[in-house]
Ligand binder design. Structure first.
Ligand code: BGC
Length: 818
């Protein structure tokens, strides 16, 4: 630590010290001009840097593949490169820290935020988190790994207590954080919203001080998740440096008083301040006095990187030879995701992308429009499509739309996410009302659905008639981070070509946890049987049918979990009908996790393309035509049925939670560990993915098959490209403890390596295992134990394809400290 930091801390008054322990506004920590201390700015990630505005609109940014897509690349070098590119993006938004990566574990297949997180496996998550942070921080931008810890579901996330036993925490949920601290020296950690075993993580002494600082040696800062701090002295004493966002609610004068009364000691306060100053020095904000200015920085090298990463994330799950596309035959492009670019999930990770390439456009670019025909078939949205067009917005400085408007503005869509400074500062963002007026001109006559959901009260009038009312009977639902109601839908007959007047009235209401006002209003014409019939006709008339199905960021989103893992709407019916009409049916699935696939036996090929960022359509087309290889491997087990998933239970406390608790009953048996334990065969196993070539592993060598417990083990294996195209293999190494005093998973991923090989080429892969790779955690004794005896090392190309194995013997027992 520099002397300067100590000196600054010495010079600061109590009030100044307290001032940098809370945000000033949504995205910054205040400057202290008297001491020349600049403002620290943060911006949301993880799949880009959104910048300092609202969640909707704002300055444009590069949109990278989402977390689960990076998880599917199994490529640490690529993720490091992405981390470095994200640093450029953060700089373009004039910020110093990225609120990323997100490393919560895929416990339930229905978690709304799994798309943002890498994997069900702690080692894969941990390795990728380290790469991301090293890439980012190597360019001077701070990482804020989140959400620490136990935030594996979005249900009642700001209050629920995740009941997790210590062994599961240590062996599964904490690993990515531990590695981020120990191997990547992360500068920031964000506490989660939830409670952990009864205590909010933002005031969890054991988590923030005993584990994070004392055991792991962390010297960065911990910031609360937004509005996730609930106390003054407790959070400061437990180890939370920063309350976010600002202005302060729990700190400010309350903290000054707490120090004066002795509830927080001067020494503790100083420690928090020193940690903040150290961070400011690391990220350069201490001396950053530039005026705030954000810009859109659309770089060709970012475009290329995103396209490459998007293709690399794609997982080929089935292929009977239909892919890559051959010849110059006609292609029917079908499905709700064909002409809408699904590039990211929803919630705080969303951003205003520079552009969005649809699969249709990607295919037009790759094969030319002449070969293509199109039919939507059905829809897959959760909410009616947001109304677009010019809307006049009148803001009132009261909650009753009375009197003269305090401010009038225009906006181009019927949705808003009002936080911070709004309406030119003329209204209080938590106490105001607004009226939006615009028009909607339908393309087709018919009975339209009009939908509204809002964090606040809202109503939609069409041609003066109240059609959707989320005001009179507003009830809490699963939108806007659980501050909003579920969508309220009404219907109305509308005429093609006529400009129908649409008026939306909105008023703020008291909020539960997050201080925000928001709404979204949409109008849609439901697709009926005729749309499926038309798609079937298109499929019949083409040589190949490609069906683009899945979900979107309305489903895969922060703030709500999925109701099931069925494809929404009539998509299963659509896929089955198309496969029936054309034997050459290829499915491209875009979701943030698995879906049940009743049609899997009847399709020719299936690609899981996730949400790959702004180049989505190009990346997908690259894979379809074979310009790039789908070299992704599943970072999450795809079960046959939702019911097979470890968190699926008749006991509501196990999932989704009951009376304020969600009990992680399965303990360490998460993901493939669970399927192995129960002997369940998944639809597609963890680590699985085909490619356009084939690989074989051979010659497993182990340096020494008998060694002392503390010794490291080096495992060698040869991997050969046995096919006729260039491609990448992901060599995976799993360890099994042959006899253990405590129950252990049948196998656990402990190392992996991605290797690109030309046809016929072989490479020698070396993977190292340290003592921890053999250990399990003993809760009573509070140590990691490596028992003596034999272990089996298995190596192969997925968790269900491990042809090579060898036994090693540990001659002695070893206890490793926490
Ligand atoms: C999310 C965080 C995010 C923060 C700021 C919260 O709702 O949980 O991941 O960084 O908002 O947008």
């Amino acid at each position: 630590m520099s002397d300067r930091i100590e000196q600054l801390a010495d010079q600061m008054t109590l009030e100044e010290k307290v001032s940098i322990l809370s945000g000033e506004d949504f995205w910054s920590v205040p400057a202290i001009p008297r001491l020349g201390i600049g403002k620290l700015r943060v911006t949301d990630g993880p799949n880009g840097a959104r910048g300092g505005g609202s969640l909707i609109g704002g300055v444009k940014s590069a949109s990278f593949p989402v977390g689960i897509a990076l998880g599917a690349t199994w490529n640490v070098e690529l993720v490091k490169e992405i981390g470095a590119a994200l640093a450029d993006e953060v700089k373009s938004k004039n910020a110093h820290m990225l609120l990323a990566p997100t490393v919560n574990i895929h416990r339930s297949v229905t978690n709304g935020r799994n798309f943002e997180c890498y994997s069900e496996d702690p080692v894969l998550s941990g390795e990728l988190a380290v790469a991301y942070i090293v890439g980012l921080q190597g360019q001077g931008i701070g990482a804020t790994i989140k959400h620490f810890a136990g935030n594996e579901s979005e249900i009642e996330r700001t209050t629920i207590s995740s009941e997790i036993d210590e062994r599961a925490l240590r062996e599964i949920y904490l690993i990515p954080f531990e590695w981020a601290v120990k191997k990547a020296q992360t500068w920031g950690v964000m506490s989660s919203y939830n409670r952990l075993n009864g205590t909010f993580t933002s005031e969890h002494d054991w988590l923030l001080t005993d584990v994070l600082r004392n055991e792991w040696g962390y010297d960065g800062i911990v910031m609360s998740d937004w509005f996730g701090s609930h106390s003054t002295a407790e959070t400061v004493n437990a180890g939370l440096e920063l309350e976010m966002p600002g202005p302060p609610r729990d700190r400010g004068q309350k903290l000054v008083d707490a120090v004066k009364s002795g509830a927080v000691s001067e020494a503790t306060l100083r420690e928090r301040v020193i940690n903040m100053l150290r961070l400011m020095e690391r990220v350069g904000s201490l001396d950053d006095h530039r005026p705030f200015e954000e810009k859109a920085d659309d770089r060709p090298e970012h475009r290329a990187l995103i396209r490459r990463a998007g293709a690399e994330a794609a997982v080929l799950l089935k292929n009977n030879g239909a892919l890559p596309l051959k010849g110059d035959g006609s292609i029917a492009v079908i499905g709700p995701n064909a002409r809408i670019a699904q590039i990211m999930g929803g919630g705080s990770a969303q951003l205003n992308a520079h552009y969005r390439v649809t699969p249709w456009q990607g295919l037009v670019n790759a094969v030319g429009e002449d070969r293509l025909s199109y039919a939507a078939g059905c829809t897959n949205h959760r909410f009616e499509p947001v109304l677009r067009g010019g809307f006049k917005v009148e803001y009132f400085a009261n909650q009753t739309l009375s009197g003269e408007p305090a401010h009038v503005a225009m906006q181009d869509e019927a949705q808003a996410f009002w936080i911070g400074h709004i309406a030119d500062g003329k209204v209080d963002p938590l106490h105001f009302s607004a009226r939006l007026t615009g028009t909607f001109t339908p393309e087709t006559s018919g009975i339209h659905r009009v939908g509204i959901y809002s964090a606040g009260f809202a109503k939609v009038f069409v041609d003066g008639k109240l059609v959707a009312d989320a005001w009179t009977n507003w009830t809490k639902g699963r939108t806007f981070f659980e501050e909003g109601c579920d969508e309220v839908v009404g219907t109305i007959q509308l005429e093609a070509g006529r400009a129908h007047e649409v008026v939306i009235e909105f008023a703020t209401k008291d909020f539960a946890t997050l201080g925000l006002a928001a709404f979204a209003a949409g109008i849609g014409l439901p697709l009926d049987d005729a749309a499926i019939t038309e798609a079937v006709r298109a499929a019949r008339n083409a040589d190949t049918a490609i069906v683009f199905v899945g979900r979107n960021g309305e489903w895969d989103t922060e703030g709500s979990d999925l109701p099931s893992i069925d494809l929404p709407g009539r998509q299963n019916e659509l896929v089955a009908a198309i496969a029936n009409a054309n034997p050459n049916t290829i499915v491209v699935l875009q979701t943030g996790g698995p879906v049940e696939m009743p049609w899997i036996g009847s399709v020719a090929a299936l690609i899981q393309a996730w949400y790959p960022g702004q180049e989505a359509g190009n990346a997908i087309a690259d894979v379809l035509v074979g310009a790039a290889e789908p070299s992704g491997r599943l970072p999450q087990t795809f079960p046959v049925r939702w019911a097979d998933n470890p968190a699926h239970s008749q006991d509501k406390e196990v999932y989704p939670g009951l009376e304020g608790k969600v009990r992680y009953e399965e303990g360490i048996f998460v993901g493939y560990r669970h399927y192995d334990k129960l002997g369940l065969t998944p639809l597609f196993p963890f680590g699985f993915g085909l490619g356009y070539t084939s690989f074989a592993v051979s010659d497993l060598t182990i340096a020494d098959d008998e060694f002392e417990a503390e010794g490291n083990l080096t495992v060698g294996v040869t991997v050969t490209n046995t096919g006729s195209r260039e491609g990448s293999a992901v060599v995976q190494l799993y360890v099994s403890d042959d006899a253990s005093s405590d129950p252990r998973p049948a196998k656990e991923l402990k190392a992996f390596s991605k290797v690109a090989l030309k046809p016929g080429e072989s490479a020698q892969v070396t993977m190292g295992l340290d003592a921890r790779a053999f250990a399990f955690f003993r809760t009573q004794a509070k140590h990691w134990l490596v028992e003596d005896g034999t272990f089996t090392i298995r190596v192969g190309l997925s968790s269900a394809d491990l042809p090579l194995s060898a036994q090693v013997t540990r001659k002695t027992t070893l206890m490793l400290p926490v």
